[in-house]
Design a protein around this ligand. Structure first.
Ligand code: FAQ
Length: 325
């Protein structure tokens, strides 16, 4: 039986493929879905992109919690649009991951079975309206800091998805900043609510960048493949520097008295983070892990009829086009 080069590559094809792949990476150019790529590169991308997609989808929950309680019609409309944007980001990312050969259904099944990761940050509760501002300012801010370099990721579909995602995240960050600014300039109780929200979201948002570099098993290889452009600590430090400036405009403070700019290393430094807490959250024992997964499972089950209807409609259209209906 004839077999394609893709399914059973010969050693010579593997060697040529690897050489072509290495040339593309060395030239800082792009790998596209039909190009030969090492299995480990494919696996790393599916891991990172699917985790990222899951984060966008699970990340809708903490903010959706406030849509019906946002303080005005305008705020409700803005928040609804933001949460819808996150759904769109998830869809671009699932599509990018599918180009690597993993079906979206498989990724979703892994998520709802609790086998897949999503960002630690979305396992914290949104206790007040100010939390919506803190998520926009800190969480979207950290997401932008992490994702702008991913626009140059070596895998074409991922980099291109990131360009669009980052444009929308910039708007999200501004809306979060604006919510906090208004609260910070409101009554003393509103200002206190804003400060409490910043106090709660600051450390978890720094942990979004991943473990410290000396405890990050994937960074070196991902950077060698031009997927990640900067290490976890480099991006975290850059983010702290950005927040230090912005928090002054807000008239609030960051809950970290050890932040300083180190003139010798030319880098921002921050106080210690609770990496045991991070590990607990990753192990599924954060404040909201079970609630987030339970809600996602319910939504998946509730949406079954939509998937069935879409599949039946597509089958009917296909039959009509084939002239068998
Ligand atoms: N949470 O070796 P590394 C958003 C895992 S989107 C959970 O350093 P890597 C938008 C990591 O997967 C937020 N797990 O890993 C929004 C690995 O485990 P594995 C999501 C984490 O991949 C805003 C292990 O630890 N953004 O916020 C986390 O080189 C508002 C070892 O770590 C992305 O996904 C974590 N924080 O670097 C939506 C960006 N950190 O897989 C709604 C793309 C690490 O070996 C509302 N991803 N782990 O079992 C990345 O840039 C990278 O994957 C990192 C981790 C930087 C997250």
């Amino acid at each position: 039986m004839a077999q394609t080069l893709e399914s059973v590559p010969t050693d010579a094809a593997d060697l040529a493929g690897q050489a072509a792949f290495d040339r593309v990476i060395a030239a800082d150019s792009r790998i596209e879905p039909r190009d030969w790529m090492p299995e480990a590169y494919r696996k790393t991308l599916v891991r990172q992109i699917s985790q990222h997609a899951h984060s966008e989808i699970i990340g809708m929950q903490p903010e959706a919690n406030w849509i019906s309680r946002a303080p005005s019609l305008k705020r409700k409309a803005i928040l609804m649009a933001k949460v819808q944007d996150e759904a769109g980001h998830g869809l671009y990312l699932y599509s990018a991951a599918e180009t690597l050969g993993t079906p979206r259904q498989k990724m979703t099944e892994d998520l709802i079975a609790g086998k897949a990761r999503y960002s630690s940050i979305f396992n914290y509760p949104t206790l007040s309206w100010a939390d919506v501002g803190a998520i926009g300012w800190l969480v979207d801010g950290a997401a932008i800091c992490n994702q702008v370099p991913l626009c140059r990721a070596s895998y074409g579909p991922y980099g291109r998805a990131m360009v669009r995602v980052c444009k929308e995240e910039s708007f999200h960050q501004r809306q979060g900043f604006e919510i906090l600014l208004e609260l910070a300039n409101g009554t003393p109780a509103q200002k206190q609510m804003a400060q409490h929200a910043v106090n709660r979201w600051y450390a978890p948002s720094l942990m979004m960048f991943g473990p410290p570099d000396d405890d990050s098993p994937n960074s070196i290889q991902s950077m060698a493949w031009n997927i990640k452009r900067f290490s976890n600590d480099e991006l975290r430090q850059r983010f702290v520097g950005m927040m230090v400036e912005q928090v002054e405009v807000l008239g609030l403070t960051l809950p970290d008295d050890q932040i300083r700019f180190n003139d010798e290393t030319n880098k921002w430094e921050h106080g210690p983070l609770d990496w045991d807490e991070f590990k607990e959250v990753l192990a599924g024992r954060g404040p909201c892990n079970s609630q987030r997964l339970e809600r996602r499972r319910e939504a998946h089950e509730d949406g079954a009829w939509v998937r069935e209807a879409a599949a039946a409609y597509a089958a009917r259209k296909h039959a009509e086009q084939e002239g068998v209906a």
